[in-house]
Design a protein around this ligand. Structure first.
Ligand SMILES: [Zn+2]
Length: 472
């Protein structure tokens, strides 16, 4: 009994939870969804505890089978992609007469699934990794000093799951070794000792991963990797493995053009559904561990922007360098702004950029602040900004801080005071604002880490500039 590629696509499109559409959803956003699940007989919802800041932590249960599976998501508050996929799965379990009934029946008869979505609701509130006590819960499996970590361990001891799924996000800069392809999903059967031994518990986790990888390859060929397998004695995954649950780490990674990770979420849904079906049918046990071992490990050689062969100069000495830029996110309430920073300068030919450009023959040109006059927002047009950029102007002043939110989409730094700092040379760790061209002609602008081609139309909607920090 198998689902094929089209079945997974159909299941996801039927059951994706439409209320969750961006990464910065909060505990209060999932409460009504949980309430909604309570009225269905198939799923039971139970509060198992409360966070330090008194937010409820829930466990949902599906099925009555002998094989127990425990899944938890978002023990790191800023890693929400799997939480979205869990709500998609809950919707799937509530469905009927859609062609999937026999699959649901098989899962419910063979498995008892326990889900703990958003284990760190206080972290999710701030969109931060750590708990409200500023502790990394995934380094607390040994001490279990955090309220939330203790809850998870108590569930492990109470339920004694046969399988466990530890659901996280990894950063956007992991690539498949030797390629510019970002890792969309990485998987791991965590090691329970420093020798990375393989007992039957861990071997079964590896076999489940082989099954997950097989289906994912149909969707995202060559975008699946293994996460670093070094033993971390304080980590929950490693300890669950040690406690006897075949434990699978799933890290949601990156997919180009998917900043809110809605595609990545779909692959989470598919990976988990495939795993449930394989565990329920026992088909995972036929997989070969050699197929786990050949999955490549994550490499970490991606940047947001890579500019190659840029000519720079100091004291009359010239050199050619590659420049790596990161577009770092700064959370502000339910949104974020970007801070573009120079991440590396030098020989970066082994690295890759989501935006990757060779500018051989062109030189670094410092960005200038326009001081002749103050602009008003009403008069600012894209054409005007384009003209300013072509003159090497990287920043302007405006007359008021009204409509601040709107300013983030302009492809130029906009400041309401005079303190804006623009470096006159490439400087590691500084804000990425400069131009690229010849003595006669400016061809590209780098504005707050975004590379803009001044020979074409400006991509205004892509920018999320951070005016708040551009003034400090
Ligand atoms: Zn994590």
């Amino acid at each position: 009994m198998n689902l094929v590629k089209d079945d997974f696509i159909k299941a996801f499109s039927l059951y994706k939870e439409k209320a969750l559409q961006h990464r910065r959803f909060k505990h209060r956003d999932i409460l009504p969804l949980l309430e909604n699940n309570k009225i269905h007989n198939e799923l039971t919802v139970e509060e198992i505890g409360r966070s330090v800041e008194d937010r409820s932590i829930f466990r949902l249960k599906y099925g009555q089978g002998p094989i127990k599976v425990l899944l938890w998501s978002q023990m790191h508050g800023d890693e929400p992609t799997a939480t979205m996929a869990l709500f998609d799965l809950f919707n799937f379990f509530k469905g009927e007469e859609d062609g999937f009934d026999t699959f649901r029946k098989e899962i419910a008869e063979k498995l008892t699934l326990y889900f703990i979505p958003m284990l760190n609701p206080d972290g999710a509130e701030r969109y931060q990794r750590r708990t409200a006590m500023d502790v990394d819960m995934n380094r607390d499996a040994r001490a279990v000093a955090t309220v939330e970590g203790a809850l998870l361990k108590a569930q492990a001891m109470l339920l004694k799951p046969d399988f466990a799924f530890n659901l996280h996000n990894q950063n956007n800069y992991y690539n498949i070794p030797g390629t510019a392809t970002p890792v969309t999903i990485s998987l791991l059967a965590p090691a329970y000792d420093y020798a990375r031994s393989v007992n039957t518990v861990r071997a079964d986790a590896m076999r489940v991963i082989v099954g997950i990888n097989k289906i994912l390859q149909e969707f995202i060929p060559n975008a699946v990797a293994k996460y670093d397998d070094e033993h971390t004695p304080r980590g929950f995954g490693d300890n669950f493995q040690k406690w006897g649950a075949s434990t699978i780490l799933i890290e949601s990674g990156a997919y180009a053009g998917d900043p809110e990770k809605l595609e990545v979420r779909k692959y989470n849904f598919i990976a988990l559904l495939q795993a449930f079906l394989e565990i329920a049918s026992g088909s995972y046990s036929e997989h070969d561990i050699a197929d786990y071992n050949v999955i490549p490990f994550n490499d970490e050689k991606l940047h947001d922007v890579l500019i190659r062969n840029l000519s720079i100069e100091k004291n009359g000495k010239k050199m050619l360098v590659d420049v790596a830029i990161r577009q770092n996110e700064k959370t502000v309430v339910n949104d974020y702004f970007v801070e573009g920073v120079i991440e590396d300068i030098g020989d970066l030919r082994d690295f890759y950029g989501y935006t990757d450009l060779d500018v051989e023959g062109l030189q670094f040109i410092p960005a200038k602040l326009y001081t002749d006059r103050i602009f008003s927002l009403a008069e600012l047009t894209l054409a005007m900004i384009g003209d300013l950029l072509k003159q090497g102007i990287g920043a302007i002043h405006i007359d008021s801080d009204e409509s601040m939110g709107k300013l983030h989409s302009y492809p130029i730094n906009i400041s309401v005071d005079k303190q804006l700092l623009l470096e006159d040379m490439l400087l590691l760790g500084s804000r990425a604002n400069f131009f690229i061209g010849t003595n006669q002609d400016i061809k590209y602008a780098v504005i707050n880490g975004y590379l803009l081609n001044l020979m074409t139309n400006l991509p205004v909607q892509k920018c999320k500039n951070n005016i708040f920090s551009s003034t400090s």
